[in-house]
Ligand binder design. Structure first.
Ligand SMILES: Nc1nc2c(ncn2[C@@H]2O[C@H](COP(=O)(O)OP(=O)(O)OP(=O)(O)O)[C@@H](O)[C@H]2O)c(=O)[nH]1
Ligand SMILES: [Mg+2]
Length: 350
């Protein structure tokens, strides 16, 4: 199954200064054959023209690579669009890409004008002066847009660290308050290696693990803990968790810690559960009571009464997790597409 992070394979993007230096080195290293019968003035003319053309070509190449190799935001999976908005800001990103790309016609203008001047020049000095004037102007143009190039480089760095998702694999997203044991479950059942700790806010970004359930390849998403508060007050990290629920989840596992060892009480967790159910009414949602090994009997009894349909697990020991995964996958429509098409075609013939 192909996993993709559309930002993972962007080639290195050079900073404005690096581009200038690279293009300069290329242009001064140009060697060419010329006839010795040609007058020295004409040889110089050709050399200056070639140097300027090479400088301009390399700068444009590096700028267009930076922009064109960057995935087009409009064509991304919505999960990445949202994450890019949260982590980088899509308007600012588009603005920076546009500003960098817009330098290219101006570079062409500067190059053409100065090439013309070199072609018409009558002496060596004039030729060299035109060539360095052109390189100077192109370099200043690049320096003026350096902050846009830097923004693109930073965006690439941030976004290339996002997890790769397999867009067509059944996806279970595990959510809940901080410290309830989400990462412990994801680690127990999948290839993911999230950090686990006794304190809250350990997981700070979305992590994806893979597993097989009854011969199906499934992905499970560990999310940062979310608090029971309005969307507008949510921080970047919580908004990443919400984006995973919104754009990746075929099934949601909502984990509750009835022992309250996580640091939040049962009622607060119930409020969050109600909010998640309200936000994603179409998603199948399995309620999981974790840490039943350390939950006081009366608290467990109360939790069972409030949430009679819930699964009970001990994530640290792997108790109940296999059954949970199987039930989760059962909620996903795994009928192969071809079967659906065949059924449809058969129904037409009746
Ligand atoms: N006793 C007991 N402890 C558990 C169980 N599951 C997890 N824990 C402990 O609970 C603490 C939090 O576990 P994590 O898996 O890091 O919790 P999390 O929900 O991913 O936390 P954040 O990433 O901070 O949101 C750790 O100390 C775990 O060892 C369980 O079933 N029983
Ligand atoms: Mg965690």
């Amino acid at each position: 199954m192909r996993r993709l992070n559309p930002f993972a394979n962007i080639p290195t993007i050079m900073s404005a200064e690096e581009i200038i230096e690279f293009a300069h080195n290329r242009s001064t290293r140009i060697s060419m054959k010329s006839s010795l019968r040609m007058k020295k003035l004409e040889r110089t003319r050709i050399r200056e023209i070639t140097r300027l053309q090479e400088f301009s070509k390399q700068v444009k190449l590096k700028l267009s690579e930076a922009v064109e190799e960057f995935p087009s935001i409009e064509r991304l999976h919505p999960f990445y669009v949202e994450l890019s908005e949260i982590l980088v800001g899509n308007d600012k990103l588009k603005q920076s890409l546009g500003a960098v790309y817009n330098c290219i016609p101006t570079i062409d203008d500067i190059t053409d004008k100065h090439l013309q001047a070199i072609k018409l020049a009558g002496e060596f000095k004039q030729m060299k002066k035109s060539r360095s004037a052109a390189k100077g102007r192109i370099s200043s143009l690049l320096r003026a847009t350096a902050k846009n190039v830097d923004f693109i480089i930073e965006a690439k760095k941030t976004l290339s660290k996002l997890p790769g998702i397999a867009p067509n694999s059944p996806t279970i997203v595990c959510a809940g308050f901080p410290n309830v044991g989400k990462s412990t479950l994801v680690k127990a059942v999948s290839t993911a290696e999230p950090d686990i700790a006794y304190y809250p806010f350990t997981t700070r970004k979305v992590i994806i693990g893979h597993l097989r359930v009854d011969n199906h390849s499934v992905q499970i998403v560990d999310t940062p803990g979310i608090l029971d508060r309005p969307m507008a007050q949510r921080n970047e990290i919580e908004r990443e968790a919400i984006a995973a629920l919104k754009y990746l989840a075929h099934v949601i596992i909502f984990m509750i810690d009835p022992s309250e060892a996580c640091g939040w009480n049962f009622d607060q967790q119930l409020n969050l559960l109600a909010e998640v159910q309200k936000m994603f009414p179409m998603n199948p949602l399995l309620i999981v009571l974790n840490k039943v090994d350390i939950t006081q009997p009366e608290m467990l009894a109360a939790a069972r009464k409030r949430l009679p349909e819930s699964h009970e697990i001990v994530a640290v020991e792997g108790v109940g997790v296999e059954k949970l995964m199987r039930d989760a996958v059962e909620e996903v429509d795994l009928t192969p597409l071809q079967e659906t098409v065949d059924d449809y075609l058969a129904s037409l013939q009746k």
